[in-house]
Design a protein. Structure first.
Length: 803
């Protein structure tokens, strides 16, 4: 029986097989069970076609106070980020860099090797079509009043920012406020694949670098102090129906507006910025943890955590104007996951006849101050940390909201985030906890995005983008020691599960912080394992990431890391870290501030951890700010290198999770690559291809209907309506490749014998390579289907058992 027939039979009869993507790749080569005579290993994976020719790069930059110094450092790193993507290294056929450090020219073409010397070629094809946008962390108060709408820049609405320092726009941002890298070259002459950009084309790299750097600094540091870092990027890229305004109704519950109350300006910017077939990278820069509430949480009163006066509280802070929030019950201190851990605030509204209500009322913590925190125990500046432990409830959006938004084809609209119904007595709504059930096409996986009033918001046609073309990087508060950055070896810089345990704890979602490094503990008090507080001007141990902890007077959190400033401003404003009697480990003589700080950014890093290979972590605290700005350890160059290295993987070779066995007769491997074309009017004939055998096609389309939510109605949301073609497998010997083949197809490549110098798979032991001619299929979605049988105990060419 041929491999194709075996695949067809497998696809028809093995409906229960699990599709395994990149996150599970390491497991695929391990034999299963107790080693019977044969072990069958099957895998299905969505793969990148390597002809990714567009990048949409979104920077989400914290614009709260104290971010100005970090923005300047990022601006210094901008040239390296752009050069890394637009002018890749010239390498020889074995992947070794050209000795003179030559880089590719984005104005070149394949014929002149993009400017690389003879015998060399670009590490990956230079990006010649890129959108660059910037948003801030300020989304206002979500129904509260801490960051009033009347104050400029307290609510940027996640709109793209095209501002230089001082507030004036740059002309390059055009009507939609983003930059378009679009040189005049052979690549961009194909207007079907590369239509003219909606903002002014920037063909000059230096001009792009200057504009980008200036816009980074222009984000400024005058925004809301309760930052919405995660919600801002979600709102711009993912929310199907972004609200216009959050109001409070007559029952004091948050109201996000009706179905027609949508931010059309944001939708228009999104539709012009986000292409359906681009690689998308989000880079989040922040020195604090995500600090915004889900306004519909806690029965529609989550907004209260962003209000100066907490409803029902009579405990005033020292300012005599603002009031504190309810305490948590006693159980929360030891076990926030306990069913007895709840808010003392419920004592005022619970059913007196319910024993659970009496338990809250009689809890020792709920007896203090009427169940509210004391005047100096609940400063707004430190409210958003370990909230379940401290308040008995967590009013923030769950981390899965952001993970789902970056990975799943369907997301909730506002109406399905929380189940809600009118109360029988007409006094408000019964609003349930966040569900987040997928209802609408995720804009990240959609095409024909809405851009005008009345456009469809939910049932959008699917694009061909897969989740492996979406990356999320966080440059945040974490000691560099926990990241072990190696500029010469990306593999040594890779973050392991043990590393994550030190950064976040063993299972932070379930409040298990075992193994966490003390510098990553969120606390207002000094922490065990960190040098103790000292006098102002004594910044502690130079070898410690923060030097020492300090007496925050419950008005600030301890730091994750600090770093020396290149400028030492005197503190003349109470908001300055070294003003007055405060003694953080940041101060020089008098009130001079000589160091900057970053707090543990745990929620942002939890998203990174959950994303696996699509997540990137870097430290906001530079290793050094001394010497050459091109030094790989200078400023945010380590962050830039980590980002470029990860994106580069999506622009180069597609690794395969296991070694495959060739058929002894035709030397083919037992795999099919199916290309699902992006347009229903397209056809396989146009590319010299044909559909797969009927049995294979029927099963594949069944899977596509399931992925489409079971629609199967031929509508815009039904993936099964798109044409499916089988790509030709091009057979090459070990050490050879088909990348320059003139036929549309793919090949399985293996590196040559040690010492041969032939390494077509690059960093991978084996890889999937698409031919150059396959670039004609840009916009298609590719699926790899493989089947293989091994003798008991074989591990697919992999001698080591991997998790």
């Amino acid at each position: 029986m041929s491999w194709t027939n075996r695949l067809g039979k497998w696809l028809v009869v093995s409906a229960a097989l699990t599709a395994i993507g990149a996150a599970g790749a390491g497991c695929l080569s391990r034999p299963v069970g107790t080693q019977p005579p044969t072990t069958k290993v099957n895998f299905t994976s969505t793969v990148s076609q390597q002809q990714v020719d567009k990048v949409d790069l979104l920077f989400a930059i914290d614009n709260s106070s104290s971010m100005g110094d970090k923005q300047r450092i990022l601006a210094d790193a901008v040239p390296n980020l752009l050069v890394g993507l637009l002018k890749p290294k010239c390498v020889d056929p074995n992947g070794k860099a050209e000795p003179g450090g030559a880089t590719a020219d984005p104005n070149g073409n394949k014929g002149n090797r993009y400017g690389c010397p003879a015998g060399f070629e670009p590490e990956f094809r230079p990006v010649t079509d890129m959108h660059i946008g910037l948003i801030s962390s300020s989304l206002g108060s979500f129904g509260g009043d801490v960051c009033p709408e009347s104050t400029p820049r307290y609510n940027d609405k996640a709109h793209l920012l095209n501002l230089v320092k001082g507030g004036s726009p740059r002309s390059e941002g055009g009507q939609y406020n983003f930059l378009s890298w679009y040189p005049t070259n052979e690549e961009n002459s194909d207007k079907k694949r590369h239509p003219d950009p909606p903002t002014p084309a920037i063909p000059d790299l230096q001009k792009l670098q200057d504009a980008f750097a200036e816009l980074v600094v222009g984000v400024d540091q005058t925004g809301c102090g309760l930052e919405a870092q995660l919600e801002s990027f979600y709102r711009f890229l993912i929310q199907p129906d972004p609200w216009v305004q959050i109001r409070l109704d007559g029952a004091n519950q948050a109201d996000l507006g009706g179905p027609n109350d949508v931010d059309v300006e944001l939708l228009t910017q999104r539709a012009n910025f986000l292409r359906e077939d681009s690689l998308v990278a989000i880079v989040l820069l922040t020195d604090e943890d995500d600090s915004s509430a889900d306004p519909l949480s806690v029965g529609g009163q989550g907004w209260a955590f962003m209000a100066n006066q907490f409803p029902g509280s009579t405990v005033f802070r020292s300012d005599g104007k603002s009031t504190t929030a309810p305490r948590a019950t006693s159980a929360c201190t030891q076990n926030p996951g306990s069913p007895d851990c709840t808010s003392c605030g419920f004592a005022a509204t619970c059913n007196q006849a319910d024993p659970a209500c009496q338990k809250i009322k009689n809890d020792p913590e709920c007896q203090k101050n009427g169940g509210y925190y004391g005047p100096n125990e609940d400063n707004l500046n430190v409210r958003f940390h370990r909230m379940k432990e401290r308040y008995g409830i967590d009013p923030q959006y769950p981390i899965r909201r952001y993970v789902d938004g970056l990975t799943k084809p369907k997301v909730p609209d506002r109406s399905t985030e929380h189940p809600s119904k009118a109360r029988a007595d007409g006094k408000g709504r019964d609003i349930g906890i966040y569900q987040g059930a997928g209802k609408c096409t995720n804009p990240l996986f959609a095409k024909d995005l809405p851009r005008a009033p009345g456009d469809e918001l939910c049932n959008l046609p699917r694009s061909t983008r897969s989740a492996d073309l979406i990356f999320f990087a966080v440059v945040g508060g974490v000691p560099n020691d926990l990241l072990h950055f190696d500029p010469e070896d990306p593999e040594k810089s890779r973050i392991t599960n043990d590393d994550w345990n030190r950064i976040l704890g063993r299972d932070p979602a379930n409040f298990n912080y075992d193994l966490i490094d003390p510098h990553m503990i969120q606390s207002v008090s000094p922490r065990d394992g960190v040098p103790p507080p000292a006098a102002k001007g004594n910044n502690g141990s130079p070898s410690d990431p923060v030097g020492r902890d300090w007496d925050t007077q419950s008005d600030d959190l301890q730091y994750a890391c600090t770093f020396p400033l290149d400028q030492s401003p005197p503190c003349t404003d109470p908001s300055c870290d070294c003003f007055g009697a405060k003694a953080p480990p940041l101060c020089g003589q008098g009130d001079t501030q000589i160091r900057a700080k970053a707090y543990p950014t745990v929620r942002e890093f939890q998203v990174v951890r959950a994303l696996g290979e699509q997540g990137i972590i870097a430290s906001l605290c530079p290793i050094t700010l001394q010497g050459d700005k091109q030094d790989p350890r200078y400023g945010y160059n380590p962050a830039v290198k980590a980002i470029v290295d990860r994106l580069k993987n999506a622009l180069t070779t597609q690794c395969l999770p296991q070694q495959l066995t060739r058929d002894p007769q035709d030397q083919k491997v037992p795999c099919l690559v199916l290309a699902q074309l992006g347009d229903v009017s397209d056809s396989c004939d146009r590319y010299g291809l044909k559909p797969p055998e009927k049995a294979i096609l029927d099963k594949f389309l069944e899977q596509q209907r399931a992925e489409s939510g079971g629609a199967g109605d031929g509508g815009a949301n039904d993936l099964s309506r798109l044409p499916v073609c089988e790509l030709t497998q091009l057979v090459v010997a070990a050490g050879a490749t088909c990348k320059d083949d003139a036929s549309v197809g793919w090949c399985y490549v293996e590196n040559g014998a040690p010492g041969s110098g032939a390494q077509p798979a690059g960093r991978c032991p084996q890889a999937l390579i698409f031919s150059q001619a396959s670039g004609a299929l840009a916009g298609a979605r590719f699926s790899l289907q493989c089947i293989q049988q091994f003798q008991g105990g074989e591990a697919a060419g992999d001698d080591q058992a991997r998790p």
